[in-house]
Design a protein around this ligand. Structure first.
Ligand code: ADP
Ligand code: MG
Length: 701
C-alpha cells in the first residue's frame, strides 16, 4: 500500500521531468493525482468493423498491423509514420506525424486499437489517431476514455497511464460525507466515484461519479460558509456611530446628486457599521452605477471615527485608479491615503521603494489602497476596522475569508476585533443566486444608474457588414475617439482530441493575429496596441497609461485581460466572436465605454448563424439592464458558465458545468441540517478534519 500523502517524487515510474510537469497542474501527491479529474470523455467503447467505417465519423477499430514504416518528407521536414491495419473485413491506412519513435513499439502483426476521426482523401484513413497495443487493460481506446486538463509536455495519454497504474490505491480514500447526506442525495461512495470518474464503465457511471464529486465540493463550501456565519455572529467589531454632519458635508461637496439607490445602500452600510458585530455586506451594482462613492462615504465615516480603512482591488491598475479617485474625493477631509501594491508603495505622492515600507504605510495612513499585497504577511495595521474589497468576484471565496480573518486587530490590548467587510461587485448576480451562494453575506443593490447617462448603442455585426463597421470605426478614430477590440474566447472543447496546446496560448495567438491584421491591413494609419495576459505588468501599465493619455487609438485585448479602467474618450467596444461570451460578460465589456461625454457603441461581431446565439446577442442590443441580462444568462447557461467557475468559489473547471442552482441549494440545505444538529461536528470527525484542511488552505493562500 502506498500512502495517499506520498509525494509524487516517491512514486516509481515518475521521472523528475514529469514530476515538474505534474506539479504545474497542482499534482504533488498521490491523492492529488486521483483528484485530477477528466474534463470530458471520448466514447471509444464501440468497435467498428473497418468495412463499415464512414468518413467524418469518430470510430474505434481493432486489427492487426500488416505494414508500418517511417517516411521522411524533406520538403516539409516531417516524418510520417504510415501503417496499415487489417481486421476480418478490410484494411485501412493510418498516418501519424512527427512521431518516428512509434515504429519502435508498434510492429507488424501487433494487435492494436485505433480511435479517432475517419478522414477521406483518395481512400479512408486515420490521421494522428489514438492507438493502443492490446496487451492488458485498455486505457486509450476501446472504452470510455478520459481527457484531462493538460500542460506542456504532459498529455492525457501520460495521465491515463499513470493514473491507471496507481488507481487501485484509491481504495484507501475515506468517505467523509455524512451517511445521511449520501442517502438523501443518493450519492455513490467516494472511492467508487474516484474509480469511475477516471475509467468509467459507462457514461451513466461517469455521470454519477461527477455528480458525487461536484456535490461534495459544494457541500464543503456551504459547511464552510455557514460555519463562518455562525462564527462571525460571535465576533466583536468596532462600532462606528453614524456621523450625520460629516456625511452631509461630503454629499454637499459632490458635483452631482446621489441616486436614491446610492443613498439606500449607504444607509444600510452605516447601520451595519454602527453595530458591534462585523458587517459582511455585498454591494452589487452595474458598471458605472457609482459604487466607489458609496464606499468612499463608508471609509470617510470610519476614518473620522479614528480608525483605519483598507481598500483592496484585484489589479494594480485598478488600485492606482482608486487611489487617484479617492484622493480627489476625500481631498477636503484631511485624510492620509497610502497605496500598497507589489511594485509600488506610496503615501500622498512620495514613492517608497523598500518592501519594509509597506508596514510604515499601513501604520501611518488612514486609508490604505492596494492589491493582494495588502494582506500579505508582515503588513500590520494600527487600528483597522473596515475592509473594502472591489470586484470581489475576482478574489474567490477563500481570499475574502482570509482578508477578514488575517487582518483582525487587537488595538490596545482589547479583545481581538474583526474588521467590518464591504465587498463590491459589478457582476450583477441575481439576488436568488447571491443569497444561495454567499449566504453569509447581506446584500445591497444599486439597481439604477445616475441620471443623464447616455445609452450605449449596441449593434450585432454580421460578416457582410464588417467593412462598413470598420469604416465607422475609422471615422470615430479620425474624430479623436478610441477603440477597444476584444478577441474571442477560445473554448476548451475546441482543442483537438490529443493535443497539448494550452488555452491561454491559443487565446494569445488569436489576439496577436487580430492585432497584426488590424495594425497592418485594416487600420495602418492608426496606432494599435496589444494587451494580453503574458505581457509583464510594468509594460501593461505603460500600455494602459498610453491608452489613457490618447497615445493609442485601438487597444486589442484578449478576453481575460483586465480592462476595468476608466477611459472616458473610448467610444467603441468591439467584440469578436461575441457568441462565445456570456451576456453578463458582454455587459461588463460594454460598460468600458460610454463613460465620457461622447455617444458610445458596442459592436458585437459574430459569424454564427445559430438561432440561439443570434437570439441571445439580440437581447444584448435591446437590453441595457445588467440584472436582467444576468437572470437571462443564468436561466440559459447555468451558474458555472455565468461566473466563470474559478471566480465564484464554485468547484474547478472539470466539474463546473454540472453545477446547477438546485445542487447549490441542496448542498446548502444539507450543510445547514448537519450544522444545526451538531454545530461542533462532534459526530462527524472526517468532515471536521476536511473543513479544517479547507480553512488552513484558505489561510495559506
Ligand atoms: P462603478 O459602480 O462602476 O464602480 P464608479 O463608482 O466608478 O462606478 O462611478 C462611475 C462614474 O460615475 C464616476 O465618474 C462617478 O464619479 C460617477 N458618479 C457616481 N455617482 C454618480 C451620481 N449619483 N451622479 C452622477 N455621476 C455619478
Ligand atoms: Mg468600480
Amino acid at each position: 500500500m502506498i500512502p495517499l500523502s506520498s509525494p509524487i517524487s516517491s512514486l516509481p515510474r515518475v521521472s523528475p521531468a514529469y514530476q515538474k510537469r505534474l506539479a504545474k497542474l497542482g499534482i504533488k501527491t498521490l491523492r492529488d493525482l486521483f483528484f485530477h479529474f477528466p474534463r470530458r470523455y471520448n466514447n471509444f467503447s464501440k468497435i467498428t468493423k473497418i468495412r463499415d467505417l464512414r468518413a467524418g465519423t469518430i470510430a474505434t477499430i481493432q486489427g492487426q498491423i500488416i505494414k508500418i514504416d517511417n517516411i521522411r518528407t524533406w520538403k516539409k521536414r516531417m516524418t510520417i509514420t504510415q501503417a496499415y491495419v487489417q481486421d476480418a473485413t478490410a484494411s485501412i491506412r493510418i498516418v501519424w506525424f512527427n512521431q518516428p519513435y512509434l515504429t519502435k513499439s508498434l510492429k507488424i502483426n501487433d494487435l492494436i486499437n485505433i480511435s479517432g476521426k475517419v478522414n477521406l482523401d483518395k481512400d479512408l484513413y486515420f490521421s494522428n489517431p489514438a492507438y493502443e497495443k492490446i496487451t492488458g487493460q485498455l486505457r486509450h481506446t476501446g472504452r470510455i476514455v478520459p481527457v484531462y486538463p493538460e500542460t506542456t509536455g504532459l498529455s492525457s495519454r501520460y495521465l491515463r497511464y499513470i493514473i491507471q497504474l496507481y488507481l487501485p490505491e484509491a481504495k484507501q480514500i475515506k468517505e467523509w460525507l455524512p451517511e445521511s447526506v449520501k442517502r438523501s442525495q443518493r450519492l455513490i461512495s467516494l472511492d467508487t466515484a474516484i474509480l469511475q470518474v477516471h475509467f468509467p464503465s459507462s457514461l451513466k457511471n461517469a455521470n454519477q461519479a461527477r455528480q458525487r464529486l461536484a456535490f461534495e465540493e459544494l457541500f464543503l463550501l456551504q459547511v464552510f460558509a455557514l460555519d463562518q456565519k455562525f462564527q462571525r455572529l460571535k465576533e466583536q467589531a468596532q462600532p462606528v456611530p453614524f456621523n450625520k454632519s460629516l456625511i452631509t458635508d461630503f454629499i454637499a461637496k459632490l458635483s452631482f446628486q446621489l441616486t436614491p439607490a446610492q443613498k439606500g445602500a449607504a444607509w444600510e452600510i452605516f447601520q451595519d457599521l454602527a453595530k458591534d458585530r462585523p458587517m459582511n455586506r455585498l454591494l452589487e451594482g452595474d458598471v458605472g452605477s457609482g459604487k466607489t462613492i458609496v464606499a468612499a462615504m463608508a471609509a470617510l465615516e470610519n476614518i473620522k471615527a479614528g480608525n483605519q480603512t483598507v481598500f483592496m482591488a484585484p489589479t494594480e491598475i485598478l488600485a492606482k485608479q482608486h487611489f487617484n479617485t479617492l484622493k480627489k474625493l476625500l481631498n477636503d477631509f484631511n485624510i492620509k491615503i497610502g497605496l500598497i501594491t507589489s511594485s509600488e508603495k506610496t503615501t500622498n505622492g512620495q514613492t517608497e521603494k523598500k518592501e519594509s515600507k509597506s508596514s510604515f504605510i499601513a501604520h501611518n495612513s488612514d486609508l490604505i489602497i492596494g492589491t493582494q499585497a495588502l494582506i500579505q504577511k508582515g503588513v500590520s495595521f494600527k487600528k483597522l476596522t473596515l475592509a473594502i474589497v472591489d470586484e470581489q468576484h475576482r478574489f474567490g471565496v477563500a481570499q475574502r475569508a482570509a482578508l477578514q480573518k488575517n487582518i483582525a486587530v487587537s488595538p490596545d490590548g482589547l479583545p481581538q476585533k474583526i474588521p467590518h467587510l464591504l465587498s463590491m461587485t459589478a457582476t450583477p448576480i441575481p439576488r436568488s443566486l447571491a443569497l444561495t451562494l454567499y449566504g453569509d453575506l447581506d446584500l445591497s443593490l444599486l439597481n439604477e444608474m445616475p441620471k443623464g447617462r447616455q445609452k450605449i448603442i449596441t449593434r450585432l455585426v454580421p460578416p457582410e457588414k464588417r467593412t462598413a463597421a470598420y469604416n465607422f470605426i475609422r471615422q470615430q478614430i479620425l474624430s479623436g475617439r478610441q477603440v477597444f477590440v476584444v478577441c474571442p474566447r477560445i473554448e476548451i472543447s475546441e482543442r483537438s482530441l490529443e493535443t497539448n496546446s494550452l488555452l491561454p496560448a491559443a487565446e494569445i495567438k488569436a489576439a496577436k493575429e487580430e492585432y497584426e491584421k488590424l495594425s497592418t491591413k485594416i487600420f495602418p494609419e492608426a496606432k494599435v496596441a496589444l494587451l494580453h495576459g503574458k505581457i509583464k505588468s510594468k509594460e501593461k501599465e505603460k500600455i494602459m497609461s498610453d491608452f489613457s493619455n490618447g497615445k493609442i487609438d485601438i487597444l486589442v485585448a484578449t478576453s481575460v485581460i483586465e480592462v476595468g479602467i476608466d477611459i472616458p474618450n473610448a467610444t467603441i467596444m468591439m467584440v469578436e466572436g461575441a457568441e462565445r461570451f456570456g451576456l453578463a460578460q458582454l455587459h461588463q465589456l460594454r460598460g468600458r465605454v460610454g463613460r465620457g461625454e461622447h455617444q458610445s457603441y458596442c459592436l458585437l461581431f459574430t459569424d454564427s448563424n445559430s438561432e440561439p446565439a443570434q437570439k441571445r446577442l439580440k437581447i444584448m442590443a435591446t437590453c441595457s439592464d445588467g440584472f436582467r441580462l444576468a437572470e437571462y444568462d443564468l436561466r440559459l447557461r447555468g451558474p458555472g458558465e455565468f461566473f466563470g467557475t474559478s471566480q465564484s468559489g464554485l468547484p474547478d473547471m472539470p466539474l463546473g458545468p454540472l453545477i446547477n442552482l438546485i445542487m447549490v441549494k441542496q448542498a446548502r440545505d444539507e450543510a445547514a441540517k448537519i450544522l444545526k444538529q451538531d454545530p461542533e461536528l462532534k459526530d462527524y470527525s472526517l468532515l471536521k478534519e476536511k473543513l479544517k484542511k479547507f480553512q488552513e488552505n484558505i489561510h495559506m493562500e
